[in-house]
Design a protein around this ligand. Structure first.
Ligand SMILES: *Cc1c(COP(=O)(O)O)cnc(C)c1O
Length: 437
């Protein structure tokens, strides 16, 4: 493990300068920038299992996992083999391939709420399409989302969104005319009353409620007891579509996602991240009744040149097969190790007298620099982001790579070891001293 003083950064700094001249902020997704935490972002050149290496050969224990997809760790052999053999047969055809139905079968078997699924190339496309479909199905205009939930960067959903929007402290996005979000109602999360009120006020006008059933994008914030049940009851009663955005939680908090964990059937589900095995894939699905509205069967149009890409499908199949065949070991194992890690770090904070609380569901978790509890965006935003930034940089200097934002969940996967966890807790003990200094 590199010490606080020995971490070299020359190559990463050089690469950052080069990238900044070519790409806005040097990044292709704002969450990768270190704007909110400070310091120099390492340029990653290699990953294996739970570790990644940067351009200066510094080694890190990685808790970002490409922001969720890499539950089996970096360069997982099954997934790599599948990608390589698919690539040897050609990378894209723009015609149907058998692998699309292979992945669809795996997904549908795991999510009984879905009878049909459509693959796209990102989570953003999945949620954007699910919203369009919900509006097509109900012939209503309004949509309900929750403050601090992120559902990709389509115009209508960039309202009080979490993730990079929260990290950068901007209310929404420039370039989105207010008319484009006039039908978006952003309500506080974990507040049933607000949902009842919205349905009263916009009687028969709300097409859908979209929710991250375990929020990851304001940091990890689980739904309160019976909150998801209430959303299910209200949407059913009001004949609105309930969309679980499981882009992050799907195959993460359980093989069958949050809907399996909490035993609730949404009308539509969006998936991404893990189902692509580290390649770009998203998906949306639901009952035949709703999905049959999608073109070419029905009038709701949605398309994609590289949708169902054979490499991405092969990677997804390999990923899901491994998870399916070992789920009774994998999920308890990463739950146990995550608990050890999260509680160990929290204990270190307590010993150091640093106010901190945590939320964790299985292998997704966040340490919030606030006494807490964190139950919604208001309470999450009380976190001391300066303290988080100091902690983040001290951890990075000791070879621990956390999400560079207080408002993003961290992930643990099957490749993490007891040793990784102990090393991380030890690093946290030192880092909390830095937070106080
Ligand atoms: C990551 C994420 C998205 C967006 O997916 P992209 O592939 O980045 O477009 C949407 N919803 C949730 C819950 C996510 O975590």
């Amino acid at each position: 493990m590199p010490s606080m003083t020995s971490r070299k950064l020359e190559q990463s700094r050089r690469l950052q300068q080069r990238a900044e001249n070519l790409i806005p902020g040097g990044v292709n997704s704002p969450v990768r920038a270190f704007k909110s935490v400070g310091g120099d972002p390492p340029f990653i050149v290699r990953g294996k299992g739970s570790h990644v290496w940067d351009a200066d050969e510094n080694e890190y224990i990685d808790y970002v996992g490409s922001w969720g997809p890499l539950i089996l760790g970096h360069a997982a052999p099954d997934v790599l083999d599948a990608i390589v053999s698919a690539a040897c047969n050609g990378t894209s055809f723009g015609a149907s391939t058998p692998s699309e139905a292979d992945l669809a079968e795996l997904v549908l078997a795991a999510y009984p709420s879905m009878q049909k699924v459509r693959f796209v190339s990102s989570g953003t496309e999945a949620t954007m399409s699910a919203i369009r479909l919900a509006r097509a199905y109900t012939k209503r205009k309004y949509i309900v989302k929750f403050e601090g939930c992120y559902h990709g960067h389509s115009d209508a959903l960039l309202v009080k969104a979490g993730s990079g929007i929260a990290t950068l402290g901007i209310p929404g996005s420039a370039g989105v005319p207010e008319e484009f979000t006039q039908f978006t109602l952003a309500l506080p999360f974990n507040n049933t009353h607000a949902v009842e009120y919205a349905f009263q006020k916009f009687k028969h006008q709300i097409a859908c409620v979209i929710v991250e059933p375990v929020v990851g994008n304001m940091g990890c914030v689980p739904a309160a007891d019976d909150y998801l049940v209430a959303l299910r009851l209200i949407t059913e009663r009001e004949k609105a579509v309930l969309i679980f955005d499981e882009v992050m939680t799907g195959f993460r908090v359980a093989y069958g996602g949050a809907q399996e964990l909490y035993n609730i059937r949404p009308d539509l589900t969006t998936l991404g991240k893990i189902i692509g095995g580290g390649l770009p894939v998203g998906a949306y699905g639901g009952s035949n009744e709703i999905m049959n509205l999608v073109a070419p069967l029905g009038p709701m149009y949605q398309a994609g040149t590289l949708s169902g890409n054979p490499l991405a499908m092969a990677a997804g199949c390999a990923m899901l097969k491994r998870l399916r065949d070992h789920k009774s070991e994998i999920y308890p194992q990463i739950d146990k190790l995550s608990r050890e890690l999260v509680e160990g770090v929290a204990a270190a904070a307590k010993d150091a007298g640093v106010p901190l609380c945590y939320n964790r569901v299985g292998s997704m978790f966040t340490w919030f620099f606030t006494a807490g509890p964190v139950i919604d965006w208001d309470s999450a935003s009380k976190s001391n982001t300066t303290a988080f930034g100091n902690f983040f940089r001290a951890m990075l200097d000791q070879g621990i790579y956390l999400p560079p934002s207080q408002f993003e969940a961290a992930f643990l996967g099957t490749a993490h070891t007891q040793e990784d966890v102990q090393q991380t807790i030890a690093a946290a003990r030192l880092s909390f001293a830095a937070v106080k200094a």
